[in-house]
Design a protein around this ligand. Structure first.
Ligand SMILES: [Zn+2]
Length: 324
């Protein structure tokens, strides 16, 4: 009799458990809502937070939008240099601003891209074919920080530029090798490094040139300013990694730059020469062009192709040219 009552009791408990136990267990350990749905798999694990946003890369990096591209514009300013870079997080950088007569073109170009603010302005060195148009740019835009090497000259172009920057209540930060540029290095997916100048005293202003390397994912871009072989040798001596997919060749393709050793170490797929047609300096020098070609680079000249626009998602890149 006792055993029978116990059996019925256990059966009752089992029935009770079957009827309402599932919900109780679900409430305790979770099922639809917590385990499979919104919180664990959908939102936190697979989606926005873990894989897309925080782990893989740059903070605002989102592979699904065009905003994840880095775009480097090599603006045709005739005999001179000017590059404008749009970073994936919306920050911008201007490297040089061509000769004075190209100032208005550069201002228009950047405005047409939709910007009224430039985060970083880099004057690689104070020669007129690099800083000539910079006064106009600085007058036209609000901007973050100006970087220059510790090189002075007494030209009126340079002095007017300094006055313009001062009048805007901005200070100039000195750039040399290993200078940190703003907050552009906040993930492993993008790095902006300065590789030169490595010294304090050079005979030629060109060797004071700030040399920049931008790496976005697998794509590496090198900007040489007018750095000559003295600076190239110092960069190699420091063992900085100069390998790049695309190089803005030093000093408009002059024979004073692009030593064989340097060209071999860069191993560029594309060598961009920024210069004016029929310039007084006979840039680019034939042996330099041939040196880059022999090392496997395709030659792109602003006097032939006009402005060039490189777009990369960090894996591959395209270069569009203004002229065919
Ligand atoms: Zn130059």
């Amino acid at each position: 009799m006792k055993a029978k009552r116990l059996w019925i009791g256990m059966l009752g408990l089992l029935m009770c458990f079957l009827l309402c136990g599932c919900n109780v267990l679900n409430d305790i350990f979770g099922s639809d809502r917590y385990d499979n749905g919104y919180y664990d798999n959908g939102y936190y694990d697979d989606g926005y937070y873990d894989n897309g946003y925080y782990d893989d890369g740059y903070q605002p990096y989102n592979k699904s939008t065009t905003a994840s591209n880095l775009i480097s514009h090599y603006i045709d300013v005739g005999q001179g240099d000017c590059e404008f870079i749009e970073f994936p997080d919306g920050q911008t950088m201007l490297i040089d601003a061509g000769p004075a007569e190209s100032g208005s073109k550069i201002v228009r170009y950047i405005r047409n891209l939709g910007y009224d603010y430039i985060d970083y302005i880099i004057a690689t060195h104070p020669h007129a074919d690099h800083i000539g148009g910079m006064k106009q740019v600085i007058d036209a835009f609000d901007f973050g920080t100006v970087y220059m090497p510790n090189a002075e000259t007494n030209t009126s172009t340079y002095e007017k530029l300094l006055t313009t920057i001062k009048n805007k209540n901005k200070k100039i930060k000195t750039a040399k090798a290993k200078t940190k540029i703003g907050n552009l290095n906040n993930s492993s997916y993008i790095t902006v490094e300065t590789l030169a100048p490595n010294g304090n005293e050079y005979e030629s202003l060109n060797d004071y040139s700030v040399v920049l390397k931008i790496t976005y994912g697998k794509v590496r871009l090198l900007y040489m300013g007018d750095a000559e072989t003295i600076s190239e040798d110092e960069i190699l001596k420091k063992n900085y990694d100069v390998s790049a997919d695309v190089i803005k060749v030093g000093h408009h393709g002059s024979a004073t730059s692009s030593s064989q050793k340097f060209v071999n170490r860069v191993k560029a797929q594309y060598a961009i020469f920024s210069l004016g047609a029929d310039n007084d300096y006979h840039h680019p020098h034939t042996q330099v062009v041939n040196r880059w070609k022999k090392a496997g680079a395709q030659i792109l000249r602003t006097d032939e192709y006009g402005t060039m626009v490189l777009t990369t998602d960090g894996n591959t890149f395209d270069i569009d040219t203004e002229k065919e």
